[in-house]
Design a protein around this ligand. Structure first.
Ligand SMILES: C[S@@+](CC[C@H](N)C(=O)[O-])C[C@H]1O[C@@H](n2cnc3c(N)ncnc32)[C@H](O)[C@@H]1O
Length: 226
């Protein structure tokens, strides 16, 4: 089922506004009906707001260095994280399954006026599939709330391995869930991931002072030297 809200039909979607530090506002269209990718998840807000912090720009991109950075967002859903990064000047590809492409394209269109020096494009990337279209290795891979179901654990780790080079930094933001299969899915994901990646947790005091939460974790992952 393709997810495409009719822009004229306001019952098909509802808008979530995310205020940037400079006072401008991202308007993210979310679908009233659809799968998990149709709405903005809290981890995506935490990661988006982290990208705006001085801590991020000084320690990672360097002041004013956004324009040379290439980023790929995995499981982008509405695309909020990638669109925030593009509005800060990065060149971003937001990716998700085929069904989410219309929603990603709608949100890119609706926020185009906030993107000047950067750029953002939507593309299909199913985890585990070929990543040739996304090479050379991006400077950053962004992922918010992508660790949530069993069957996707192995293909997701495979995509991270294929897509990341020695210099790539992966920002993985996820909400820790304590019910059902979630703890086991997380355990399995990190068991596989940490065979090839080093992980550093970004503490709350280095995140946005308002948009952080004890149950939302943000990790910076890098490939272990071979
Ligand atoms: C919980 S949503 C998070 C969406 C968005 N990152 C956010 O935090 O608002 C998980 C996303 O992963 C995508 N996804 C799930 N399985 C996938 C797969 N095998 N390949 C690519 N994307 C996938 C879904 O379509 C969905 O958009």
């Amino acid at each position: 089922m393709a997810v495409m809200p009719e822009e004229e039909d306001s019952s098909s979607y509802f808008v979530r506004e995310i205020e940037k530090t400079d006072g401008s506002v991202l308007k993210m269209y979310q679908c009233s009906k659809g799968d998990v990718g149709c709405v903005v998840w809290d981890a995506a807000i935490v990661l988006s707001k982290y990208l705006e912090t001085e801590q991020f720009s000084h320690s990672q991109a360097g002041p004013s260095a956004w324009s040379c950075k290439r980023m790929v967002e995995l499981g982008a859903g509405t695309g909020v994280v990638g669109i925030m990064a593009a509005s800060l000047g990065a060149n971003v590809t937001v990716t998700d399954l085929e069904d989410l492409q219309p929603l990603l394209e709608l949100n890119i269109r609706k926020n185009q006026d906030l993107i000047s020096t950067g750029s953002v494009t939507a593309k299909v990337l199913k985890w585990g599939d070929d990543v040739a279209d996304f090479l050379p290795h991006p400077d950053y891979i962004l992922m918010a709330d992508c660790i949530y179901y069993e069957q996707s654990v192995e293909p997701l780790v495979e995509t991270l391995k294929l897509l990341s080079g020695p210099e790539t930094c992966i920002f993985c933001c996820y909400e820790e869930r304590t019910v059902g299969v979630n703890p086991e899915v997380e355990r399995r994901f990190f068991e596989l991931l940490l065979q090839d990646f080093e992980s550093e947790e970004i503490p709350a005091e280095k995140q946005d002072p308002e948009f952080n939460s004890p149950d939302i974790h943000m990790l910076c992952l890098r490939r272990r030297p071979s």
